[in-house]
Design a protein around this ligand. Structure first.
Ligand SMILES: [Zn+2]
Ligand SMILES: [Zn+2]
Length: 239
């Protein structure tokens, strides 16, 4: 009761507004939801999740013979930019934690498309895990942002969610180029505990896929420590 009264007061003083157009009432109004830059999964690259390429995009294809990423495939829900960018920013940096459910919903929808239905998706993985926040990010934000999204996905998919990784502090990647990002990620991830028995098939979740260097580094740690397969899923894809 006290919680409901508290929420009612918060809503009265700071009414919920759409992150896209500022209209009152919902976190994202139906019109802005419709205008999200969703990636059509049947047109997306099956290797790196980029919006174009169907089987393989030009970037994956031009590296013929060389394995670009250690993970099996990537599924990305939205092209980065506009409202998609706001979605991630409002969640991470403006503490709008209710957006975790919206992002989880978008991710599960994309994954259902990619894996051919919810049952197949559920059967494809033993566990969902995520890129954890490093200590600096935890201190700055006060919460582990991808844990919130992965936990909501776990409820929607009926697949267990567990953190297996420790992320050591690294420089902010946002202003780094591809080669520098790769170097910046070296040694950043390790297993959370030494004696973890990892499940075989892992879905690894993160917010934005830019060059894939973060996901590559985390996938390598999981694969080198007993995981048989890692597929990745991100809310946004920079392309
Ligand atoms: Zn709107
Ligand atoms: Zn690709």
């Amino acid at each position: 009761m006290a919680k409901q009264v508290g929420e009612g007061l918060v809503e009265l003083v700071w009414p919920t507004r759409c992150i896209g157009c500022d209209a009152p009432g919902q976190l994202i109004c139906p019109e802005c939801m419709k205008n999200l830059p969703e990636i059509c999964q049947s047109d997306a690259c099956s290797r790196c999740g980029s919006p174009y390429g169907r089987v393989e995009c030009t970037e994956c294809w031009s590296h013929d013979g060389e394995v670009l990423h250690p993970f099996g495939s990537a599924t990305c829900a939205l092209e980065y930019g506009g409202i998609a960018r706001k979605l991630v920013t409002y969640y991470k940096d403006y503490d709008e934690r209710r957006l975790a459910g919206v992002m989880a919903g978008l991710l599960v929808d994309a994954l259902v498309q990619r894996y051919g239905g919810l049952t197949r998706l559920r059967e494809a993985f033993d566990c969902i895990t995520y890129i954890p926040a490093d200590k600096n990010a935890m201190l700055r934000r006060g919460f582990d942002h991808m844990h919130g999204v992965a936990a909501e996905m776990s409820d929607a998919m009926g697949v267990e969610c567990e953190n297996y990784l420790l992320k050591n502090d690294a420089d902010d990647q946002r202003h780094l180029g591809k080669a520098d990002r790769k170097e910046n990620m070296e040694g950043v991830f390790e297993l959370l505990y030494d004696e973890i028995a990892l499940p075989g098939r892992i879905l690894l979740v993160d917010d934005v896929f830019t060059t894939g260097s973060t996901l590559d580094a985390a996938s390598n740690v999981l694969l080198q420590n007993g995981a048989e397969k890692v597929d990745v899923a991100t809310i946004c894809r920079v392309w």
